[in-house]
Design a protein. Structure first.
Length: 490
């Protein structure tokens, strides 16, 4: 059965246009592309996983009238298709010097806890005369519940320092929300800087607040930053799609550079807790620590390594009478995730050798049981380039090992890829092959696949023609897939 889909979007997401830069030549433009492809498929040793022949035709055409976008798209295929996209939405965002206007379906950012990128259908303005920053908006946030919103923001910036206040109100037949945010960024001295913000939200008859603050020191070769964040439980603003709340987070982040930047050391450590008002039946504490280092002793060598530790402690309190105790009435749950990663690269002339690995260990411990799992991956790769001949060769060997709850899985194998460009880089050919072996417990299986890809793009690159042939063999199963495609851009 054939399906045809035509979609006309009156205007959608036009980029902001500077009125003082518009001219007759830029007044009306049109661009787009038309694409068609055909895929043939055949499998042996199993049921066919797709139709033996499929073809597609689709296109996108966009007309711009002084920054006013009118896109049109279509798709035609012998395969079932579904397509959904906002209909009859528009956005017109002209700008002139330090003034910018939003009309139609737009989004603006006041702060993380007032108006935070929520799409509205209405009008907005941003003004930045000199050191002042002024913004305002009014529109519909959710049409289906008749939710309206309006707000304003006033700020002042000078020499890296900034001060701002944001007010936002949203209401519908069910909710009435008023939010305010105060923010300051101040450089205390040449090397010391600090920032702080306080947000408050009134939702119907309830109120919540959020605090974010930090202080840092920057030296010639090192820096140190300390941050504190507290978001009240159930903090909500109708100007954001979601807000992470019920959280207190403290972090410290030092950084150090040695030997004129050839060695770089960074770290980050912190603790996060929830259930700030003790209203939930469980408490969770998280400890996070990570350390990263990189070394570039010369133009040939590159070394990097990292370590991270993520620990979570959860205490679940009893749901029944606290004076009635059973072994698991109070459950202590401790989870630790530790990971290591490293990468070593050696480059010389036209070749490079890369060795990378990672290891992750996870343990879940409770008063009832212990569960352990570990993951290890390694990759050894080699790349060789002949720039004048437009020829490249890459090869790699991959290894993966996983063990969990007494079951182990291993996966390993090589792969190669050769690509070559011809005729002033208008024609490209690539050949690839992969062989993998998988071991699960006492069973073993292998997979081999290879493919040839051809592409042709003449000067100007308005026309592109391509084809590919893929072969896959796994046990008694063999699959062939061939594809041809053509695209025209204007």
């Amino acid at each position: 059965m054939k399906y045809v889909i035509f979609t006309l979007l009156f205007v959608q997401q036009a980029p902001a246009q500077a009125i003082d830069q518009l001219g007759i030549k830029k007044g009306i433009t049109m661009n787009g592309s038309i694409n068609t492809s055909t895929t043939a498929y055949k499998a042996y040793g199993m049921e066919q996983r797709r139709d033996p022949l499929a073809w597609y035709l689709n296109g996108n055409i966009n007309m711009q009238l002084f920054g006013y976008n009118m896109p049109f798209s279509f798709s035609y295929s012998n395969q079932g298709a579904r397509y959904s996209q906002p209909f009859n939405q528009y956005r017109f965002a002209p700008s002139y010097k330090w003034a910018k206007l939003y009309l139609g379906s737009s989004s603006m950012q006041f702060s993380d806890y007032t108006l935070a990128g929520h799409v509205f259908n209405g009008a907005g303005v941003e003004l930045s005369p000199g050191k002042w920053r002024i913004a305002a908006m009014y529109g519909t946030l959710l049409k289906n519940v008749n939710r309206k919103g309006y707000g304003t923001k006033l700020g002042y910036e000078h020499n890296g320092n900034s001060y701002s206040i944001a007010l936002f109100t949203a209401k519908d037949p069910t909710y009435y929300n008023q939010t305010a945010a105060f923010a300051i960024k101040q450089r205390i001295s040449k090397r010391i800087f600090a920032d702080a913000s306080y947000s408050i939200s009134f939702l119907n008859h309830l109120h919540y607040d959020a605090i974010q603050t930090g202080i840092g020191y920057t030296g010639n070769t090192y820096s140190l930053q300390l941050r504190y964040e507290r978001i009240a439980p159930d903090y909500t603003t109708l100007g954001a799609y979601s807000v992470v709340n019920d959280m207190r987070n403290i972090t410290i982040a030092p950084a150090l550079q040695l030997f004129k930047g050839k060695i770089s050391l960074t770290a980050n450590a912190g603790m996060q807790v929830n259930n700030l008002n003790h209203a939930k039946m469980s408490d969770t504490r998280r400890w996070v620590a990570n350390f990263n280092t990189s070394m570039t002793p010369n133009e040939h060598w590159l070394l990097s390594a990292g370590y991270s530790n993520f620990s979570t402690f959860t205490r679940v309190r009893p749901l029944a009478d606290p004076y009635f105790t059973r072994p698991l009435d109070t459950l202590d749950y401790y989870q630790v995730n530790t990971s290591y990663n490293s990468m070593l690269m050696y480059r010389i002339n036209r070749s490079a050798i890369t060795l990378s690995s990672s290891f992750q260990h996870a343990s879940d411990q409770s008063d009832a049981s212990d569960q352990l799992s570990s993951f290890f991956t390694a990759n050894l790769g080699y790349t060789y380039l002949l720039i004048k001949q437009n020829l490249s060769f890459t090869s790699a060997f991959n290894y993966y090992y996983n063990t969990a709850t007494g079951l182990s899985t291993a996966f390993f194998g090589p792969n190669i890829n050769i690509s070559k460009q011809f005729f002033d880089k208008t024609c490209k050919a690539a050949l690839s092959a992969t062989y993998n072996v998988t071991k699960v417990a006492y069973t073993q299986s292998s997979l081999f696949n290879t493919g040839l890809t051809l592409g042709y793009a003449p000067g100007g690159k308005k026309h592109q023609l391509g084809s590919s042939l893929l072969y896959l063999h796994k046990g008694r199963v063999t699959e062939w897939t061939g594809t041809m495609n053509y695209s025209y851009s204007f």
